[in-house]
Design a binder for this molecule. Structure first.
Ligand SMILES: [Zn+2]
Length: 328
């Protein structure tokens, strides 16, 4: 078991590096394909679990290790200047640290849910403003979800519900954003709901949970969540046709979160760990918001992206699976 865990962590790390390079080399900009690429570092080692047992006699043989394997982890382990018990202790400490990081992530997710301010039906001026914005959104007329307002002077905006869907927006956002900016961010949430991204988030988190022992999972999780957000941004801007208004809303939200924050460093670190929930409000990390604004305002032209993303994906998967077979 320990050997499988070690193998899958090394395999994940190699696949992660390869995926980063392949996405750049092949200029894959299609969000759906990028999303699957980012899941490979976690999915492929998992897919290897049955192979690990079935092909065990072949791959574990001394002959395979000595003559065919590209990387023999046992050999590398024996080259370390420590006793095998020291290595075992180090592995246990590493595993405990990884588990702690995973539990921290779950804790942050639960805490952010509990910290949500109470939401109620919109009243007065807010109701009028939201009703007029919503009446201009075609996505809303095809899927009239519930809209609730939370009394908060901070940016809060998220879509909820796997079956009975709705959107919660804070009173600060209703006041601070103009009609076009509101239309932009509400369309973003409506796209999430229409695409059932909540289910996708559950699936991504399930994958992270199954591979909790793998520190690479934290990086992949981040990539997966970012891809969902970027593709949702692109789709919502296609609906509204107003990238400028959407970008201006993102900037307002970012500035407000920056003002409210106490320790920027800590917040960045925290966001990094638990981004993936209510991402519009949590994206206060400067780099992430910069990338998002660039993608919204300056999307990659069609002639600069690969025409065969699925072919690239299939080829990469086969090559990576082959590579992993020779890491024992
Ligand atoms: Zn979002």
């Amino acid at each position: 078991m320990g050997e499988y865990i070690l193998q899958s962590i090394v395999q994940s790390a190699i696949v992660l590096l390869a995926v980063g390079a392949l996405l750049r080399i092949w200029r894959i900009r299609q969000a759906e394909t990028r999303f699957i690429f980012h899941s490979l570092p976690l999915l492929l080692p998992l897919a290897y679990l049955p192979v690990f047992w079935l092909a065990y006699p072949v791959r574990a043989s001394q002959y395979f290790r000595g003559n065919l394997a590209l990387l023999d982890l046992r050999l590398w382990g024996s080259l370390l200047p420590w006793e095998s018990t020291t290595i075992q202790y180090a592995a246990i400490i590493l595993l405990a640290a990884t588990l702690a990081l995973y539990l921290l992530q779950v804790g942050f997710l639960l805490a952010s849910r509990l910290r949500h301010p109470k939401a109620h039906e919109p009243e007065g001026a807010a109701q009028e403003k939201l009703a007029s914005v919503f009446s201009g959104l075609p996505l809303f007329s095809s899927n009239p979800v519930r809209l609730l307002v939370a009394d908060s002077q901070q940016p809060v905006l998220y879509a909820f519900g796997l079956r009975r869907q709705g959107i919660v927006i804070s009173s600060w956002m209703v006041n601070a954003l103009d009609d076009q900016e509101l239309a932009g961010v509400l369309t973003h949430e409506l796209v999430h709901l229409a695409r059932r991204d909540n289910w996708m988030n559950v699936a991504v988190f399930a994958l992270r949970t199954v591979t909790f022992y793998n520190p690479v999972g934290l990086i992949s999780f981040h990539g997966l969540v970012n891809e969902i957000e970027h593709s949702c941004d692109a789709e919502s801007v296609r609906h509204t046709g107003k990238p400028g208004a959407y970008a201006s809303a993102l900037l307002k939200i970012y500035r407000r979160t920056e003002q409210a924050g106490k320790g920027a460093g800590l917040r960045t670190w925290r966001n990094w760990i638990f981004s993936g929930t209510e991402t519009l409000e949590q994206e206060s990390e400067a780099k992430a918001i910069q990338r998002r604004l660039r993608l919204v305002l300056d999307p990659v032209p069609y002639d600069q992206r690969t025409s065969y993303p699925w072919l690239c994906l299939a080829t990469s998967t086969i090559v990576l699976l082959g590579l992993m077979f020779f890491i024992v």
